[in-house]
Design a protein around this ligand. Structure first.
Ligand SMILES: NC(=O)c1ccc[n+]([C@@H]2O[C@H](COP(=O)([O-])OP(=O)(O)OC[C@H]3O[C@@H](n4cnc5c(N)ncnc54)[C@H](OP(=O)(O)O)[C@@H]3O)[C@@H](O)[C@H]2O)c1
Length: 415
């Protein structure tokens, strides 16, 4: 039986997951592909680390050794950061080797370039594992795009921040304590900035945009906000309105075909599918022109889910199922404007509010400590001018029941 030769770059959580998935599913791979899959070599950084690796697999710190493997078909990349990943993968593509990556920070920046290079060199790029771990969102978008146009995407894309928010709410923990627990459990890195300040979700959102719309919005136009400013009081106040804070990335194409994107904590109503997404789970909601709204839930990270995503990519790629998604268009009439929205406002003690509150419909209110929290509905323009004239008032918008038309919130701040 002939073989498909592969190599791994990185042997951490994800690299080991890929290795295990190939090892434990060799029979299944043979059945589907009619070929044996052979891991020829693994690239690592630190040769002194103890590792359990089959002695028939070459372990090296030199990338040249990988490129010199005769008849190498596919490289799985699971190392960290933009470089040397981008350079390594560019060289692989030039040699006609297919690539599969889990590296979101690298792919958000260099994905368009790698896809173009791959297209010129007639090789494929798999990147399912860069976004939402085990949830097959990239494959779902590719499938939908055969007929649908994707109009909007929303997602809980970072499991660590979702875990922290769940713990703060259910156990009334402070942000610092919940973060420390997430580090002890191995969810957050020693430097948690990427997770808690929204960078990780930001990278994933850009990759989703590239896949669904064939391009990315300008990075500086995407509002990115993390969760480190949220307090347990905010979460309790929200709960009393049957609302929960979730860190959500959103993308929407408007009538002029511009892509708008935000990454920030917003409030989710209990009728919304994101409401019950707890701890390290991820969720993604896609709106297609024909299919309507689809929501996918599942594990957003981890050795097995991410290994599974990369090996699924491998199968699709070897079976020739990957094509680069075409740029599609959206009709102006598909974009509906709804001028009345819902928000929760936090009003400091002594802040005068009776006069302007008449601009909104008051749905509920709760006093917590020295602050009044009000749940209101009204026009976005009124909220905007209120926030401009009352700098102590803070507002968070609400992601409501399906269908989710998350019209977002210029000038709305939470602190
Ligand atoms: N962890 C997850 O659940 C998850 C999910 C989706 C995507 N990802 C992405 O997948 C990638 C890998 O994540 P991970 O969690 O597996 O990381 P990890 O556990 O820290 O492992 C990283 C691996 O890459 C190797 N490496 C790092 N820099 C290298 C270099 N310059 N040359 C050669 N090898 C190098 C390390 O070598 P040594 O072993 O010698 O140190 C290690 O084996 C990241 O880009 C991450 O964002 C992770």
């Amino acid at each position: 039986m002939s073989t498909i030769n592969v190599a791994l770059l990185g042997f951490g959580t994800v690299g080991q997951g890929v290795c295990e998935a190939i090892d434990t599913h060799q029979d299944r791979l043979k059945e589907v592909l009619g070929k044996e899959v052979k891991i020829k070599a693994i690239l690592i950084k630190d040769p002194a680390k103890q590792r359990e690796i089959d002695p028939s697999i070459r372990v090296t710190t030199e990338y040249k050794d990988i490129l010199d493997i005769p008849d190498l078909h596919v490289i799985f990349e699971a190392i960290v950061g933009e470089e040397p990943s981008y350079t390594y993968l560019s060289k692989a593509i030039k040699k006609g080797i297919h690539i599969i990556t889990a590296n979101k920070a690298m792919f958000a920046k260099y994905g368009p370039d790698l896809l173009e290079k791959a297209s010129k060199n007639r090789v494929s790029v798999g990147f399912e594992a860069t976004t939402a771990g085990g949830i097959p969102v990239i494959g779902t978008i590719r499938q939908l795009l055969k007929v649908n146009e994707i109009q909007s995407i929303q997602g809980i894309l970072n499991g660590t921040s979702n875990f922290i928010l769940s713990q703060m709410r259910t156990r009334e923990l402070s942000f610092a304590t919940a973060l420390q627990e997430s580090q002890e459990k191995g969810y957050a890195e020693a430097d948690p900035t990427n997770d808690i300040e929204g960078y990780d979700a930001f990278y994933k959102l850009l990759i989703l945009s590239q896949t669904a719309f064939g391009r990315q919005p300008d990075w500086k136009d995407i509002r990115r906000k993390g969760i480190s400013h949220l307090t347990s009081e905010w979460l309790q106040a929200a709960e009393s309105f049957r609302l929960r804070f979730k860190h959500v990335g959103s993308l929407e194409r408007d009538g002029s075909n511009d892509i708008k994107g935000e990454v920030e904590p917003i409030l989710v109503h209990d009728t919304h599918p994101f409401y019950g997404v707890e701890n390290v789970e991820n969720a993604i909601s896609l709106k297609g022109s024909l299919v309507g709204r689809i929501t996918l839930l599942g594990p957003g990270a981890g050795k097995c889910p991410t290994g599974s995503a990369m090996v699924e990519d491998f199968l699709s790629l070897i079976q020739g199922k990957y094509t680069i998604s075409p740029e599609s268009t959206v009709n102006r009439e598909d974009v509906q404007e709804d001028s009345r929205r819902q928000w929760v406002l936090r009003i400091r003690e002594n802040e005068e509010y009776q006069s302007w509150l008449t601009l909104f419909t008051l749905k509920d209110r709760i006093q917590l400590g020295g602050d009044l929290y009000v749940f209101v509905e009204g026009r976005k323009e009124d909220l905007r001018s209120l926030l401009q004239s009352h700098e102590h008032i803070q507002a968070v918008s609400i992601l409501n029941e399906i269908p989710l038309e998350n019209e977002v919130k210029e000038g709305v701040a939470v602190s």
